[in-house]
Design a protein around this ligand. Structure first.
Ligand SMILES: C[S@@+](CC[C@H](N)C(=O)[O-])C[C@H]1O[C@@H](n2cnc3c(N)ncnc32)[C@H](O)[C@@H]1O
Length: 253
């Protein structure tokens, strides 16, 4: 891959804190089901598919699905996950800023989920990514961006956030906030049968793009019908209360 692969060393344990591969909470499932129905989506590109977590969901909704990602190791995990599930879904290596170089077909939807868009270091690269996604969308096609960092967190700047916790392991986020960006330090505590060990990894976002950035850059890249939700239940985004930012926009010429 051409960009530094910050996921290469953690790809093998990326899925540890997510549920069983191929299983989804009902709110996430219903969100994609409704929005895909509303927009007549029959083909989907997940352009930062990581370990492939969302690909079977889109296939189960009757869509033709392809996954791409910039990380070789994340894609290797995706291939293992998909073949274990028996799902026949193609994944390939591509930087989402250059999608037209990799795809000569267009999609009804392009999705970029779980803060993958926060890997863009500045406005011009974010804009480049949006234009690339737009080019592989059909006219009338839908773009969906999701991230767990929202305006509320940015204004309150909590240092510690508790992540998922299971019987055998728990995750804690320790966050260093910079002027425009943030470093997420993740501590994974493994505590099976009274034993204890720790693994850590960090990811730095040069800029944390929030609601106003999404609005400005989606508008600048020519997307229309831009909507913001605060969660998968379609609640309208609220800067004071929302814990998640979901942006959707339509390519209209
Ligand atoms: C937090 S993971 C999310 C993965 C997946 N969407 C999920 O929901 O689990 C972020 C992903 O974005 C990918 N990524 C970062 N920059 C990228 C780029 N420029 N083009 C394509 N993928 C990129 C990383 O390799 C990683 O797999």
């Amino acid at each position: 891959m051409t960009l530094k692969d910050s996921y290469s060393e953690i790809a093998y344990r990326y899925d540890q804190f997510h549920g069983e591969f191929g299983k989804y909470d009902s709110q996430t499932y219903e969100f994609f089901k409704k929005i895909f129905q509303d927009h007549n989506i029959t083909s989907v590109l997940d352009c930062a598919c990581g370990t492939g977590r969302h690909l079977p969901l889109f296939q189960s909704l009757g869509c033709e699905v392809i996954g791409s990602d910039a990380s070789t190791e994340m894609l290797n995990r995706a291939r293992v996950n998909l073949s274990t599930l028996g799902a026949n879904i193609e994944v390939l290596e591509a930087d989402y800023r250059n999608l037209p170089e990799h795809f000569n077909k267009k999609f009804d939807a392009v999705v970029c989920l779980t803060s993958s868009i926060l890997h863009m270091p500045n406005d011009s690269e974010f804009l480049r990514a949006l234009k690339s996604m737009k080019k592989v969308l059909n006219n009338g096609g839908l773009l969906i961006l999701t991230q767990g960092t929202a305006d509320k967190q940015w204004s309150e700047k909590p240092r510690f956030i508790l992540g998922p916790s299971h019987e055998k392991s728990s995750r804690v986020f320790v966050i260093d906030y910079h002027e425009n960006g943030a470093t997420y330090n993740m501590l994974d505590i493994h505590h099976p049968n009274g034993q204890s060990s720790l693994q850590s990894w960090s990811i730095t976002y040069n800029k944390v793009f929030l609601h106003d950035d999404h609005k400005k850059l989606l508008t600048e890249s020519g997307f229309k019908d831009i909507q913001f939700y605060g969660d998968y239940d379609f609640v309208t985004y609220n800067k004071q209360t929302s814990k998640r930012l979901i942006s959707t926009a339509v390519k209209n010429q």
